[in-house]
Structures are given as C-alpha cells and as structure tokens.
Ligand binder design. Structure first.
Ligand SMILES: NC(=O)c1ccc[n+]([C@@H]2O[C@H](COP(=O)([O-])OP(=O)(O)OC[C@H]3O[C@@H](n4cnc5c(N)ncnc54)[C@H](OP(=O)(O)O)[C@@H]3O)[C@@H](O)[C@H]2O)c1
Length: 361
C-alpha cells in the first residue's frame, strides 16, 4: 500500500508536491498506523527551515531532494504484527505529514511505546515516543483537537518558565517575549502570569501591528508593544528576552539599547525565518532546545512527576485556549498545500488552530 504525503523541497520550501511512498508489508514486531489528524503551526515551518541542521528531515525520510515535515497528532493501528499493540490502538505522538506510518514498537508498556525503527534511534528520544490514548487522563475527548496544537508548544514553555525560575530570572525585572502572539509565546505568558504574584516579573509582549489587539485581548501580558516601537516604549530595566521570532537585527538593536540592563536572551524559535541571519552577534544569548531540557527534567524529577506537572499545567492552558483559539479543519491536499504556503509567509491569523485530517474521504 501507499502512504500519501505532503513533501517539500529541502532547498526551496516553496516547492511542494503530493507524493505516494510504497510501504512494504509488515514484518514481525511492526504495526501500521493510519494517521487520523495532526496539527499545523509555525513550529512545523521551523522544523522545515532547520530540517537539515537539526535533522528534522531524518524522522520520516523521503529522498535527498524532498522532505516530509513532522507533525504532532493521533494515529490508529490498522494492522499489527506486534502482540502487545493491537489493531484499534490509538496513539499520540510525532507523525509525518502523511496518511500512514509504519512503526516498530519497542519498550511497550501500558502508557505507550517507542518506535524502534533503526533510522530514528539517533534522534532525540522525546520525538520517538507514542502514548496510548485510551485510559490516559490527559486525553479527555473534549480536549482532543487542542492536544496536538498546544501540548508540544506548551511543554516547551513550561520548561522555559522553570529554566528562568531556576536562574532567578537572571535578576531581571521584566520578561520580554517576541512573537507574543505565537502559541508557544502565549503558553509562556500564561505560565508567567499564573506565577506573577510570587515571581513579580513584568510580562511584555512584542508583536506585529496586526496582532496587537489579539495579544492584548488574551490578558496575560502587562504590556504589548509593536516591534517598531520598542525603542521608545520598552522600559530601561533588567530584561530577559525570550525570543520566538528569530529577528536577528531586532535582537542586536535591543541588546544595544538595553546595554547592561540586558541579562539574558533565550533563543527559542524563528517564526520570522527570513529575517534570521544567525545569532553569533546577539549578546548574552543561548539556544534553548526543549527536547534536551525535557530529558534533563526527566532525570532530575523522574518522568512520571515531570509529566504529571506538565499535564496539570497544560489542562489549565487548554481550558483558556478553548476561549482564545478557534479550530479549523483541513481535509484535502489542495487545502493543505495552500495553508502550508500561507504559513510559510506568516499570513496566518494567530487566533486559528489548524488540524489536518489526511484520511477523510
Ligand atoms: N526551541 C524549541 O525547542 C522550540 C519548541 C517549540 C516551539 N519552538 C518555536 O517557537 C516558534 C513559535 O511556534 P508556534 O507554533 O507557537 O507558532 P504560531 O502559533 O504558529 O505563531 C504564529 C505567529 O508567529 C509569527 N510569525 C509566523 N510566521 C511568520 C513569518 N513568516 N514572518 C513573521 N512572523 C511570523 C507571528 O507572530 P508575531 O506577529 O507576534 O511576531 C504569528 O502570529 C517556532 O519558531 C517554533 O519552532 C521552539
């Protein structure tokens, strides 16, 4: 049988094709999953932009020219040659932007399994794990469409919050978030606002003119500033910048203006990928890679405690997200292609949360 995918040209992300890949029949220990739905946000665009450097093309390889972008979502086992992962099992995890995925479950237990397929072994383990959805309290049906949109991004922001807290916020008075309208940005602002009474840090969002009203309306930020106005509106006081946008020039200029008031820049994302030209000249900056921080927290707190803490906080943010974010479904390849190209150019309304359903007739 064939798995149908959206493939993008690695050297030119504007070139897109729908292509089928032949899946060989299952060997002992393997399962075939039908991909029910996955989320598409700018995070997936970042996977493509850094596909070669951070090895995102290696999860679900197509060929040297074309890549398949990974996405978070749900799949259902439709064929199984694994005794402990039966047909009908629903799983949550990292999938290709495709219709099907063949996996080789290892380390199977009640909570989930790992895909032990050889080419995924060298990649960060967080991405190779599939949770069994049934009987997992974190997967309440009323939250289902929000899980793939919010859960991976919220987990990142949970980790950033704890990183900042452990560093005593680098002795800063304010935390400035770029791409304040992004879901990862909103999730961090949520965490900061939840703990504001204890931490006492001002939460400042930088965003594009068209997103100012939305960012103000969520109520997490103390101040919302348009990118072009930071020079006059940003307070000259101890500052940590959490950067989701990747606008190199902006970071350098803000660093120059804040001078000694700048305490730290956490480099998280590159939503504005065309304005990114490396971060070598960006002062006091350090890349923050969530999978590494999550592994560290699993070691420090134990995976069960860490997951419980994340899921508890995630539940609160999903409840808020249901008021802030409107779900829209993408049910065919033409729609998907158009949405992907709009997202590449940042033309997507931050209020929208997109769920792709690759197997609807
Ligand atoms: N380091 C890690 O481990 C890690 C983990 C998770 C996410 N991230 C990164 O965090 C970033 C946010 O991801 P998300 O999925 O939360 O994003 P999202 O919700 O889809 O964000 C949409 C927002 O990003 C900005 N944007 C998007 N495309 C743009 C473009 N082409 N040009 C300029 N601005 C653009 C706009 O915000 P503004 O107008 O407010 O700028 C837009 O409203 C991504 O780069 C993602 O990869 C990193």
């Amino acid at each position: 049988m064939q798995s149908q995918s959206l493939q993008v040209q690695k050297a030119n992300l504007y070139e897109v094709q729908s292509a089928g890949q032949e899946l060989s029949s299952l060997e002992d220990g393997e399962v075939l999953m039908k991909i029910e739905k996955y989320a598409l946000t700018t995070n997936n665009i970042t996977y493509a932009v850094s596909g070669s450097k951070l090895r995102y093309w290696d999860f679900f390889p197509a060929d040297d020219t074309w890549g398949i972008i990974p996405a978070w979502g749900f799949g259902e086992v439709i064929e199984s040659k694994h005794p402990d992962v039966p047909v009908g099992e629903r799983c949550y995890g990292y999938f290709p932007m495709s219709s099907h995925l063949k996996a080789k479950p290892i380390k199977v237990n009640e909570a989930g399994f790992r895909d032990g397929i050889a080419h995924r072994n060298p990649l960060p383990p967080i991405y190779n794990y599939y949770m069994r959805v049934n009987n997992n309290p974190a997967f309440h049906p009323s939250m289902e469409d929000f899980m793939p949109i919010i859960q991976p991004l919220f987990t990142t922001s949970f980790l950033i919050y704890h990183f900042l807290k452990e560093q005593s916020f680098f002795e800063a008075e304010q935390v400035v978030l770029t791409s304040a309208s992004s879901k990862t940005g909103l999730a961090l602002a949520f965490m900061l606002s939840q703990h504001k009474a204890v931490d006492g840090k001002k939460i400042v969002g930088l965003t594009s003119p068209s997103n100012v009203e939305f960012v103000k309306s969520v109520g997490y930020y103390d101040e919302v500033i348009e990118y072009d106005n930071y020079a006059t509106e940003l307070a000259q006081e101890g500052t940590v910048i959490v950067d989701f946008a990747g606008k190199t020039q902006l970071l350098e200029d803000m660093g120059a203006q804040l001078a000694d008031h700048l305490k730290h820049i956490a480099l998280i994302g590159i939503t504005d990928w065309k304005s990114t030209r490396g971060f070598r000249g960006v002062p006091k900056s350090e890349f923050f890679f969530a999978p590494t921080h999550l592994q560290n927290k699993y070691k420090e707190w134990g995976s069960q405690k860490a997951n419980n803490m994340i899921n508890q906080a995630l539940g609160g943010f999903i409840l808020d997200s249901k008021k802030l974010i409107e779900i829209a479904y993408v049910d065919d390849m033409d729609q998907l292609r158009s949405l992907y190209l709009e997202m590449l150019d940042g033309k997507v309304d931050p209020k929208m949360g997109y769920i792709v359903r690759p197997n609807l007739p």
